[in-house]
Design a protein around this ligand. Structure first.
Ligand SMILES: NC(=O)c1ccc[n+]([C@@H]2O[C@H](COP(=O)([O-])OP(=O)(O)OC[C@H]3O[C@@H](n4cnc5c(N)ncnc54)[C@H](O)[C@@H]3O)[C@@H](O)[C@H]2O)c1
Length: 362
């Protein structure tokens, strides 16, 4: 069993192991009622969670929601509130989210908003949710006008990453989640790069010790970053705080949006990281060898490394819109070297376009 501690405003632990679900009952504390909000296809997992936490003194309310992004809507949020209201859910009750990042984003936001905030436990069931979405305290839903526009910081009381739940995850979802793991490797963790370089197939095998180490290291990376800057307040000018997690995301988000989310998040981020590597080579002196490492590791895991579908002007427009919602100049996380991140603020249009052209090479 690995435990990673988030030393944030409300410290909590992420338990990572095959069979980590067994730890759940110990985290229920004094709650008399528990609502399990789960992605409907994962009903078996939700039943197991209900079995583990239910007892003579704890009653369990199960709330199934659509899988994926379809759950992150105002309508589903309101239906969860109505169910809690009908059940008379109180401040001392507890919500558990069970599913991928979309489900844990929704369930976390239900917990953040119900009676101005009730306790929350997360049971992520995808690689992406384990290493990213369910850890770090961000929760929220989408609007027709854009993704993640409504949300709150609401830290969980605990996160149970039971690796055995990944056994049913489709290969494409595993690859997508590993893009966020490689991101941690590029930004800081040399051992992550080595683990993937030594064996891509072992890295993709969710039953392997190699995969477990990758998950643990990526969660530790996020804990280190978030513990220093939970609310992303230290990324100002050239300074870099939680924003470092956005490596590959500035262009990645634009590609995801242009593709109407037909690409998985990690696939778009993989492309964004290739772009960021080229930008870093031009503006921060990143070596050709380090750029080549980006291609090698991402391709080894079956993630995309070239892209030319969207015209650059349209992606540039989407990045500007994203920028407007943040009220900042266009900012990219870059690398001076592998393991040495730095901000790139307002780069020239010519360099942006030339680096995008590089992404079109096979
Ligand atoms: N809060 C944050 O900090 C943060 C960070 C990154 C991403 N996110 C959000 O996370 C979401 C993406 O997360 P995701 O990739 O986990 O997507 P997801 O929740 O859409 O899950 C992907 C698919 O996998 C299925 N699935 C989940 N667990 C499974 C299992 N064990 N076996 C078989 N199938 C399973 C789901 O039903 C779904 O179809 C996005 O909404 C994104 O905005 C949030």
């Amino acid at each position: 069993m690995s435990t990673v501690r988030f030393a944030t405003e409300h410290p909590y632990c992420v338990e990572i192991d095959n069979g980590a679900l067994e730890k759940l009952p110990a985290l229920i504390a004094d709650s008399s009622r528990v609502a399990v909000i789960y992605a409907e296809p994962l009903v078996e997992v939700a039943l197991e969670v209900a079995r583990l936490v239910g007892s003579a003194t704890v009653s369990v309310l199960s709330i199934g929601v659509p899988e994926g992004e379809a759950a992150k809507t105002p309508q589903i949020l309101a239906s969860c509130w109505s169910t809690l209201a009908s059940a008379g859910f109180t401040r001392s009750d507890l919500i558990i989210g069970v599913g991928g990042g979309a489900t844990t984003d929704l369930a976390g936001f239900v917990a953040a908003s119900w009676l101005r905030g009730v306790s929350y436990l997360s049971v992520p069931t995808t690689v992406l949710a384990m290493v990213d979405a369910s850890v770090g305290g961000k929760t929220g839903i989408d609007l027709p006008e854009g993704k993640n526009l409504v949300g709150a910081f609401h830290e969980p009381n605990g996160v149970i990453a039971d690796l055995s739940l990944l056994a049913t995850l489709p290969a494409r979802e595993i690859r997508s989640g590993l893009a966020e793991v490689i991101k941690a490797g590029f930004i800081t963790d040399e051992r992550i790069r080595a683990l993937i370089a030594e064996s891509a197939s072992g890295s993709l095998d969710v039953a392997s010790a190699r995969h477990a180490e990758l998950i643990r290291r990526a969660v530790q990376f996020k804990a280190d970053v978030v513990s220093k800057d939970l609310r992303e307040t230290t990324s100002v000018g050239a300074a870099i705080g939680r924003e470092v997690l956005n490596y590959g995301h500035t262009l990645g988000h634009a590609i995801e949006s242009w593709e109407h989310y037909e690409l998985r998040h990690g696939e778009a981020v993989a492309l964004g990281m290739i772009f960021a590597a080229h930008l870093s080579r031009r503006l921060l002196g990143l070596s050709d060898e380090a750029v080549a490492t980006h291609y090698e590791l991402l391709a080894a895991l079956g993630l995309p490394t070239s892209y030319r579908r969207a015209p650059f002007g349209e992606l540039r427009e989407l990045m500007a819109r994203d920028k407007k919602t943040r009220g900042q100049a266009l900012r990219f996380v870059g690398l001076r070297n592998l393991g040495d991140p730095a901000m790139i603020v307002a780069p020239s249009e010519r360099v942006l376009e030339e680096c995008y052209a590089q992404l079109g090479r096979d």
